[in-house]
Design a protein around this ligand. Structure first.
Ligand code: GDP
Length: 444
């Protein structure tokens, strides 16, 4: 499986944080050290790793973290965002020319998967865009290349223009384009020769084809299995030909991840497609965010984080503000909040969620013992619906009954109700813009 080692190491590094309620700078340093090693071991370019680690560390230590997530979730989110960014943030679509046809030139080293990818792309255009592509067989040096393209062409029912191996590639392209114009093909895909490594003669020939065909896309095919070598190849081709995008092949193999994570950062050129198998349908648009969550192997967790963020940040914040304005915050809301926060992380986030309180210095050392939450819930759940809605009715005899029902001492019940009332009062003050008295409440 692709990225297996990297995924495992990243998960281990982040997993250590899951057991912690609070994360110190030393914890972040330790996690970053492990993430750094994981990336280097996955053959990611060292400069990319350096920037990556620096960015994640800054975000983790800085104030940009979301208040509604646990420390582990926050790191997952930051690492995921950074992985996405390093791979280009968003999918970059294939260019479409204003004129007809759109011309795509495929380049790459021998064996990278150029010819296969060219045919896969032709099929994709045919099925998804209802296009009428023509493929030009311009690789006259690898004896089997033309046969291979013709056989793929038959398989996907896309015509192939070929003049055999005796005509120069530039001439083949010239005549191929003329044929496309005549037959009104809307896409032309040009297969070119590869070599085992970059050489001047090859580059000169490709430059000539480029000058003649004026392609809208020059797609470089690189083999993901070759790691840093793929990145070097991409750099070389890009310097000579100014490619428009990269296709990363063989991501179905057990590639370590280096190429996927380095190419964009090193060349500045987007990965547009990924090859994930030998079948003609195994070509997919490259989505940096999906790839990031695949690398992290935490798709579920990320969905949860997203959901938590949305639910909590938007709906709950609006509701809370409403309640605060109306001064109608009751024990049901209290319970609701507690369950929400308990699902998501440390209890002190409840207080920090209150608009205007998130970055208040008085909250810096404020923490609630997680065990207390269970007790508080037991107390609230022992109240009648009326008591929850109208906390004012909680007289001594009702409180005694609640204490017995929840199995908590009466003093604890009294203390909890007192804190609730203080919190409610404080919220009411906040909604009027008065922030005094908060320290008193937190001191309790
Ligand atoms: P070219 O020399 O660059 O034109 O390479 P080919 O298109 O002939 O591909 C070389 C080999 O890689 C062939 O056996 C292809 O079937 C295989 N190949 C290409 N893309 C992929 C891919 O995404 N996954 C896998 N598993 N094999 C691929």
């Amino acid at each position: 499986m692709a990225f297996e080692g990297l995924t495992e190491r990243l998960q281990n590094a982040i997993g250590k944080l899951k057991r912690k309620g609070k994360v110190s700078e030393a914890d972040v340093r330790e996690v970053m050290r492990e993430i750094r090693l994981a990336l280097l071991e996955a053959d990611v370019n060292f400069k990319v790793v350096k920037d990556f680690v620096k960015n994640v560390r800054e975000k983790a230590i800085g104030a940009k973290v979301l208040e509604s997530l646990t420390p582990a979730q926050q790191i997952v989110k930051i690492v995921n965002d950074e992985l996405t960014k390093v791979m280009g943030q968003e999918a970059v679509p294939l260019s479409k020319a204003a004129k007809i046809p759109t011309i795509i030139m495929m380049v790459g080293l021998q064996g990278a998967g150029k010819t296969t990818t060219l045919a896969k792309l032709a099929l994709k255009l045919k099925t998804e865009k209802k296009a009428r592509p023509l493929m030009i067989a311009g690789d006259i040096y690898r004896p089997a290349a033309i046969d291979q393209l013709q056989s793929l062409g038959q398989q996907i029912e896309v015509p192939v223009f070929s003049l055999g191996t005796d005509t120069s590639p530039v001439e083949i392209v010239r005549q191929g384009l003329a044929s496309a114009a005549e037959k009104k093909n809307d896409y032309v895909l040009i297969d070119t020769a590869g070599r085992l490594q970059i050489d001047e003669k090859l580059m000169a020939e490709l430059a000539q084809i480029k000058a003649l065909a004026q392609p809208d896309e020059i797609l470089l095919t690189v083999d993901a299995m070759t790691g840093q070598n793929a990145v070097e190849v991409a750099k070389g081709f890009n310097e000579q030909l100014d490619v428009t995008g990269v296709v990363l092949t063989k991501l179905d193999g057990d590639t370590r991840g280096g190429a996927a994570l380095s190419i964009r950062a090193v060349t500045g050129k987007p990965i547009k497609f990924i090859g994930q198998g030998e079948k003609m349908t195994d070509l997919d648009v490259f989505h940096p965010d999906r790839m990031a969550s695949r690398i992290l192997g935490m798709g579920d967790m990320l969905t949860l984080i997203e959901k938590a963020q949305q639910d909590f940040d938007e709906k709950k914040a609006v509701e809370m503000q409403e309640k605060m304005r109306e001064n109608s915050f009751d024990f049901n809301d209290f319970l609701d909040q507690m369950e929400q926060v308990q699902k998501m992380g440390p209890m002190d986030d409840l207080i920090k969620m209150i608009p205007g309180l998130a970055n208040n210095p008085a909250l810096k050392n404020f923490q609630i013992d997680e065990k207390q939450i269970t007790h508080i819930k037991a107390i609230v759940l022992s109240m009648t619906p009326q008591e929850r809605e109208q906390p004012d009715v909680l007289n001594p005899s009702r409180r005694r009954r609640i204490a017995a029902g929840s199995g908590r001492p009466i003093q604890e019940v009294n203390r909890m109700i007192k804190q609730f009332n203080q919190m409610k009062k404080m919220m009411n003050n906040f909604s009027k813009g008065n922030f005094n008295g908060m320290e008193n409440m937190l001191g309790n």
